[in-house]
Design a protein around this ligand. Structure first.
Ligand SMILES: NC(=O)c1ccc[n+]([C@@H]2O[C@H](COP(=O)([O-])OP(=O)(O)OC[C@H]3O[C@@H](n4cnc5c(N)ncnc54)[C@H](O)[C@@H]3O)[C@@H](O)[C@H]2O)c1
Length: 385
């Protein structure tokens, strides 16, 4: 595929609009389709605003980029596309129906990609006659700003589809990582303890939200604390992802959701968008002060980071992705200060393992079982890099 390739984007919500913006900025003709005319209109308005701002900064000429995007309510307009990236509602039945329909419109070699965060690419591909043309291309929000894109071939996906898709997204100056079609891919799998362990530390009464956030940002170097981030994502969305991942992993205790988050979600305390989450976002509301006890802070960071490292190690052990891609995914997709496997080497694998073994023994909960890979590396006196 090259710049002559016409890119189709299905769904003009937050992700679809962002993906259309990227492709048009990269000089592709883009067909952006949404069934809802109002959504299309507001997508266009938002894009005009963003592109004008970028023009003011001297980055592009807004009218040129905009002229390359055709806004449409008809999937028939996809007929000349070389690739279609679907970003509609996260529902397997709807996605399958849509993929089967797309196949009747496009040419035989058009690639059909899904931006799904949590559904299996194999199940989406199964709806198509030419399942080998289907792949996952997972952007992060906001798509034009976040450099990472996960490329997810299903068991049915051909090498040609995989290579052409990755090459196209690389040409868009994104950082691509290749991942297996397993729940959460890399980022949404490896990042679970960032939320889950923070919630558990709170539930055990070890520290409050503000203190945990202070520790993770000031001492851990993370850009946002877990509770501020969950409030930003929305507790309803973050809780649903956790529940989906938990079920998809056959109820592995490592991914067990938290009652605290469930109750916040049930209460409508979604976070920023509802004005209240773990923190109060009402005008004039004061943010609670953290307890800046350095020893407590270090303890919090260590517990969450070793759990993250354990997830990363296990993803590597199960060949979800290469160690380089696992580390890249977390730094480029969710802005971690350092790749987790690199971080593990820095801390010392023996120390990481000791901490996990201590937690495992103390809680008697399989949630804390150390990855076999970590045990083997320590046994053989090796490191990840
Ligand atoms: N929001 C995120 O942070 C994020 C990040 C990565 C991936 N994703 C994934 O991207 C996809 C879209 O997410 P979003 O947040 O942009 O959703 P959204 O609700 O903002 O947008 C979805 C759009 O799809 C349209 N739509 C629904 N059914 C359609 C159909 N059959 N044909 C055409 N248009 C249809 C809707 O009108 C809506 O405008 C989902 O699969 C989601 O899991 C979301």
């Amino acid at each position: 595929m090259n710049k002559q390739t016409i890119v189709g984007v299905l769904g003009a919500g937050s992700m679809g609009s962002g993906i259309a913006q990227i492709a048009a900025t990269q000089e592709h003709q883009v067909v952006l389709v949404d069934l809802n005319e109002e959504v299309l209109g507001s997508s266009k308005t938002k894009l005009v605003k963003i592109l004008n701002r970028l023009e003011e900064k001297g980055k592009l000429i807004a009218d040129d980029v905009l002229a390359r995007i055709t806004f449409s309510t008809s999937v028939q307009d996809f007929k000349d596309c070389g690739i279609i990236i679907e970003a509609i509602v996260e529902n397997i039945d709807i996605k399958q129906k849509v993929f089967a329909q797309l196949e009747t419109i496009v040419s035989a070699d058009c690639i059909l990609a899904s931006n799904t965060s949590s559904l299996s690419i194999a199940s989406i591909a199964s709806a198509c006659k030419k399942a080998e043309r289907v792949i996952g291309i997972h952007f992060f929000n906001p798509a034009p700003l976040m450099p990472l894109v996960e490329i997810i071939p299903a068991v049915q996906t051909s090498e040609a589809t995989k290579n052409a898709s990755r090459q196209l997204i690389d040409n868009w100056k994104k950082v691509t990582v290749l991942t297996k079609d397993t729940p959460g891919f890399i980022v949404n799998r490896v990042a679970r303890p960032f939320y889950g362990e923070a919630l558990k530390i709170y539930e055990e009464g070890i520290a409050d939200f503000a203190t945990i956030d202070w520790a993770m940002t000031e001492l851990g170097g993370f850009r946002m604390g877990p509770f501020t981030l969950m409030d930003y994502i929305g507790n309803d969305i973050n809780y649903t992802v956790t529940e989906t991942v938990f079920a998809a992993f056959y109820y592995d205790p490592r991914y067990r959701p938290s009652f605290t988050q469930k109750r916040h979600s049930e209460a409508g305390w979604y976070g920023r968008k509802s004005g209240r989450g773990y923190f109060d976002y009402a005008e004039g509301a004061e943010k609670p002060a953290p307890n800046k006890d350095e020893e407590l802070g270090a303890e919090i960071v260590n517990r969450i980071v070793v759990m993250l490292i354990n997830e990363a190690a296990d993803a590597l052990f199960l060949n979800i992705a290469t160690k380089e891609d696992i580390d890249l995914a977390m730094t480029k997709g969710v802005n971690y200060p350092c790749g987790l496997l690199e971080w593990a080497d820095e801390i010392g694998l023996e120390e990481v393992l000791l901490r996990l073994e201590f937690l495992h023994a103390e809680y008697g909960d399989d949630r804390y079982r150390p990855s076999v890979l970590l045990r083997r590396l320590v046994r053989d006196n090796k490191t990840f890099y």
